[in-house]
Design a binder for this molecule. Structure first.
Ligand code: PLP
Length: 405
């Protein structure tokens, strides 16, 4: 197999996607990570493992999620035909559960008795706490103390689900620091602990493993679109935080050259303002959380905090596979501001009866720009990766509406 013949053959054996990825961790972590890799390589091909994952995806998560023709938006924009992949209908309201289920089943196979994770907005924390409740495993979530204050409803959800939430008071007291703390815990509790990472980041094999678990999204889309349209989609669109929902949609199509792909980063208050979360448009390569990728950093290489109205896109890095697909120009990376995302959020709610999360509202905002320029026979699939119930307070505040009066 020559890995260069296919975008789908990456990463290489050392976990590199071209120049990006790898395994930049302390010596003490190496055996742990190699053990995860060894077991993942065994179980990802194991019939019982695959069947058990399928069972829970179907009966607990509610997969397959529908591929829905967004008729009113299509007609209103007057261009390409728009479909939404409805991953917001998953249990817990987003795509993150697809990956958490895969990882906890692996943890169980490996005999691990304790689950740790980090969370920024709290959405990954809630998904991890959910699968830990399902499989009766103790769950410890690291969260920056600043995020604990900002995201109190999700903190309460995690506690209801039985998780222990540990406040991290170091550094900027947000996601980056929580991730460092989780890695520290892992080194200390080597034998019994499994670390569930929430996006396609971290040291090899995490970017590959998370991608594989999320690629169910694109696999379903391929079947569904063939049934409905008897052809490939012309364009796929998804939003990017770390990049798991986007690669989940794209992966199965990477070698179908006729399928164009756009990934939408959060431009926050605008790239020039410096207050954004666009690692590709506004960052440069460096090393963070065990892999080499594009990062938001200062001139001297300090990690800069990301800003976005959508908490889920607020990560200063991007998965290494995206850095690779960016440099290969296989995927087009663009960015959308807070303001544009809010407009799309309102537009979709009124026109389709679907209140989208602020994250996919970024993808939708870009779709609104490109769809009218496309011919009516062109097909667009957007990943509706989360529902907006969690965001109504943020949007109300931004629109200066008081919802309790
Ligand atoms: C967490 C989250 C994201 C960002 O993560 P990715 O790994 O980039 O998918 C996007 N949308 C929703 C709804 C999320 O919860």
């Amino acid at each position: 197999m020559n890995i260069k013949n296919s975008f789908k053959n990456w990463p290489d054996e050392s976990g590199f996607f071209g120049n990006f990825g790898g395994r930049y961790v302390a010596e003490t972590l190496m055996p742990l990570i190699k053990d995860v890799e060894k077991n993942y390589n065994i179980y990802c091909k194991d019939k019982n493992f695959i069947n058990e994952l399928d069972y829970y995806l179907k009966n607990f998560v509610g997969r397959p999620s529908p591929l829905y023709y967004a008729e009113r938006i299509t007609k209103d924009l007057g261009g390409g035909k728009i479909y939404f992949k409805r991953d917001e209908l998953n249990h817990t309201g987003a795509h993150k559960i697809n990956n958490c289920l895969g990882q906890i089943l692996l943890a169980k196979r490996m005999g691990k008795k304790r689950i740790i994770a980090e969370t920024g907005a709290g959405q990954h924390g809630v998904a991890v706490a959910t699968v830990c409740a399902l499989f009766n495993l103790p769950c410890i979530i690291y969260m920056g103390s600043k995020d604990i204050t900002r995201q109190s409803p999700n903190v309460f959800r995690m506690k209801l689900l039985g998780a222990k939430v540990i406040a991290v008071d170091t550094g900027s007291r947000s996601l980056k620091d929580a991730m460092n703390e989780a890695l520290r815990d892992w080194v200390t509790n080597v034998k019994n602990t499994f670390y569930i990472i929430g996006t396609v980041a971290g040291p090899h094999p995490y970017p590959k493993m998370v991608r594989d678990f999320q690629s169910i999204i694109g696999k379903e889309v391929k079947e569904q679109i063939f049934k409905k349209e008897k052809k490939m989609p012309d364009l796929l669109i998804a939003c990017i935080g770390g990049g798991s929902n986007a690669i989940g949609l794209f992966y199965d199509f990477l070698d179908n050259k006729e399928v164009k792909m756009i990934a939408v980063e959060a431009a926050g208050l605008g790239i020039k303002s410096g207050k954004h979360a666009s690692s590709l448009s506004g960052g440069k390569p460096g090393v963070l959380h065990g892999n080499k990728t594009y990062l938001l950093q200062t001139k001297s290489g300090q990690i800069k905090e990301a800003h976005s109205i959508s908490a889920g896109l607020d990560y200063p890095g991007i998965g290494p596979e995206h850095a690779f697909l960016f440099e290969q120009k296989r995927v087009n990376y663009v960015s959308v501001t807070d303001e544009e995302a809010i407009k799309a959020f309102k537009y979709c709610s009124k026109l389709e009866g679907i209140i989208p999360a602020l994250e996919p509202s970024h993808a939708l905002a870009h779709l609104i720009k490109v769809a009218p320029k496309m011919n009516k026979n062109k097909i667009i699939v957007m990943n509706m990766c989360g529902r907006g119930d969690k965001d109504i307070f943020t949007v109300a505040e931004k629109l200066k509406v008081k919802i309790n009066e």
